[in-house]
Design a protein around this ligand. Structure first.
Ligand code: KG4
Ligand code: ZN
Length: 356
């Protein structure tokens, strides 16, 4: 049994978790999150400097709490992990320095984890991890990607957004509708009372230079503009825009696009398993639509548990446990942090000398 402490501080959530690998799968012994959302909401988005300061304040308590509620001491742990890329550099630095200091003090291995690898691993927190090969739809505030996972965890990106990520589109459209940050939960709440067929909105297909479309790619910037035009048109008529109908129509078209392109990719690739992870995977309409359409097409759909869709430390721990199952390699204590780093190169985070 391997047990480790994991930290997450890549953006605006400070989080600590203690996770354990057992014969039955990954068990979350403790996990806590301190969200800064309300403080950033007044600025309409995340302010990096404020994020770093709040992580410094919150992390020691979260670590203490995680140890106390799991009933474990640092000596009972086998490793310490933290997110090291991609994300806000100052924010990442807080988690990484805390984790490396604890690892050095207690003579434990340190694992620097890629944030997207952590989101991918969140699917293993609910049920047994899916058997490769499978397709992952990763939909968060920073990424919208379709990734094929083959045997031994090899990954190939098959689709991506050419402009905004789906979560970013939720956040920007929420602002347009007068809602607070983060936009996803706010739009979801407003959309409940709306009619999703009220507005015809564009599905953002991405043209190929020589003609035709990239079948698995996404574009959300035209949708954002179309929403702005609808609001302006209503106002020009002197009417109050039907906010709930606008929210429901927007949520529906985003869900439709994500589901259609993911399942088409599964069909073309001959894949029968689809995993959905990331903050936007918390969306109720999207979860229901993906499950229904997947079932109709014979694709088994596994969605990360609601509690582990948005940023958290249990998923960082899950990714670290999966790495320790494959190899004993850990990161060097000299490993730094990086604002950007490709998921395909995540193995380099365990390399010596470290890549950054
Ligand atoms: O994964 P995450 O916590 O952070 C990133 O790594 O980006 O994702 C945050 C994003 C935000 O854009 C937020 O608006 C969106 O996930 N989100 C949602 C929902 N909950 C969070 N989008 C749609 N519906 C939701 N229920
Ligand atoms: Zn994330």
């Amino acid at each position: 049994m391997t047990t480790l402490l994991a930290l997450e501080t890549s953006c605006d959530e400070s989080a600590a978790a203690i996770v354990r690998q057992t014969d039955l799968g990954i068990e979350v012994l403790a996990h806590g999150i301190s969200s800064q959302v309300e403080e950033h909401a007044q600025w309409g988005g995340v302010v990096p400097e404020i994020a770093s300061r709040r992580h410094v304040e919150a992390l020691p308590f979260l670590v203490e709490q995680a140890l106390a509620s799991s009933g474990l001491s640092m000596d009972a742990l086998d490793a310490v992990a933290s997110t090291v890329a991609p994300g806000l550099v100052g924010a990442l630095m807080v988690g990484s320095i805390t984790a490396r200091t604890l690892a050095a003090l207690h003579g434990l291995p340190f694992l620097g984890i890629h944030h997207l690898e952590a989101h991918l691993a969140s699917a293993a927190l609910g049920e047994a991890p899916p058997e490769p090969p499978y397709l992952v739809l990763l939909v968060s505030g920073g990424h919208t990607e379709l990734i094929r996972v083959d045997l031994e965890g090899r990954m190939h990106r098959l689709g991506r957004s050419h402009d905004d990520a789906a979560g970013e589109a939720f956040d920007k459209v929420a602002r347009l509708l007068g809602l607070s940050y983060p936009g996803g939960p706010a739009i979801q709440a407003l959309a409940v009372a709306g009619d999703s067929s009220s507005f015809q909105l564009p599905k953002g297909r991405v043209s190929k230079p020589g003609g035709g479309y990239y079948p698995y790619d996404f574009s959300f910037s035209g949708l954002k503009t179309a929403m702005l035009r609808q609001v302006e048109a209503c106002r020009a008529d002197g009417a109050e825009p039907p906010w709930a109908d606008l929210a429901a129509s927007f949520e529906q078209v985003v869900a439709d696009v994500l589901v259609e392109r993911s399942l088409r990719c599964c069909r073309d690739q001959g894949l029968h398993r689809l995993v959905m992870v990331g903050g936007v995977a918390a969306n109720r309409r999207l979860r229901a639509l993906m499950a229904d359409r997947g079932q109709a097409l014979g694709v088994s759909v596994q969605i990360a548990p609601l509690a582990y869709c948005t940023d958290n430390a249990a998923m960082v721990g899950a990714a670290a446990l999966q790495r320790l199952q494959r190899s004993t390699a850990a990161s060097r204590l000299g490993l730094g942090v990086a604002a950007r780093w490709p998921l395909e190169d995540a193995d380099a985070l365990m390399a010596s000398p470290p890549p950054f």
